[in-house]
Write a new protein. Structure first.
Length: 266
């Protein structure tokens, strides 16, 4: 991936990161009013990942995560075939721009329920408008570097592939994140890099744990933790989501297969 020119970005999004074919301490100036710098950026290698899916600690089914990259386009999908309920399907598609992953559409479907989606109407300058199936009259401005609920973990992985010197323990990274009816600034606490067995199938391995900091204005919203594994190119080895109703959904890495040639069905 070639280096992109840095663009102006607000201080709230200045930590999102910039694509670069040069890793490590080669930082790119973003030019915002706080004079903060961007970070080296490299997309993880494509692949098909299989996860054990748990609900409230009970093993249900094997889930499949597909991560494909074709030029400047990416395709991320997750399929969890829950018995009796039907499959849970999540998908994020988009491109790569100067702020990292740039989702164009994020949608999900649970069982026989109607799909829900969020559409990113980008203006080519990193901004634009958001459109939501759940709230059609709500069209907030799209912030540069905005991620959806799943692309954000791959954005984190790409930043760590650029430099594993970032996000020391107790540091906080802010990311604008889209759900089905909202665009909010989410803040993630870093627990730093540790050698642990938090991803059991990898044994003792280098792990980065991030936790979404509870939002004081609405403490009943979904809470998210994810564990990124260096052995997986910093892709998630474990994802845990606590729903507003208290239900805990968890995906734990089982195995990986190489991606089909030419990006599969991207």
């Amino acid at each position: 991936m070639s280096r992109h020119a840095a663009k102006r970005v607000s201080s709230n999004t200045s930590q999102i990161g910039l694509p670069s074919n040069i890793l490590g301490e080669d930082l790119l100036e973003q030019g915002d009013s706080t004079n903060q710098k961007g970070q080296a950026f490299r997309l993880p290698e494509p692949g098909i990942f299989y996860f054990d899916a748990y609900v409230d600690g009970q093993l249900y089914q094997r889930g499949e995560l597909r991560w494909f990259v074709d030029g400047n386009n990416y395709h991320l999908s997750i399929n969890i075939p829950y018995a009796f309920v039907g499959p849970f399907v999540f998908e994020s598609r988009g491109t790569v721009d100067s702020y990292g992953l740039a989702p164009a559409i994020y949608w999900s479907q649970r069982g026989s329920n109607a799909p829900r989606f969020s559409r990113f109407d980008r203006d080519g300058l990193g901004a634009g408008k958001m459109y939501f199936s759940e709230k059609p009259d709500y069209t907030p401005d799209l912030l540069p570097g905005t991620q959806d609920r799943f692309s954000l973990m791959f954005q984190f992985a790409s930043l760590l592939n650029g430099s594993d010197k970032i996000d020391e323990p107790e540091s906080v990274r802010s990311v604008p994140v889209v759900d089905y009816n909202s665009l909010e600034l989410w803040q993630f606490k870093s627990y730093g890099e540790v050698i642990s067995e938090d991803v059991p199938t990898l044994g003792l391995s280098k792990i980065r744990h991030y936790a979404l900091i509870a939002r004081e204005n609405d403490p009943y919203k979904r809470q998210i933790d994810f564990w990124l594994a260096k052995d997986l190119d910093w892709l998630p080895g474990r994802i845990r989501s606590k729903e507003a109703n208290g239900r805990v959904l968890e995906l734990i890495f089982k195995q990986k297969s190489p991606a089909p040639s030419q990006g599969g069905d991207l």
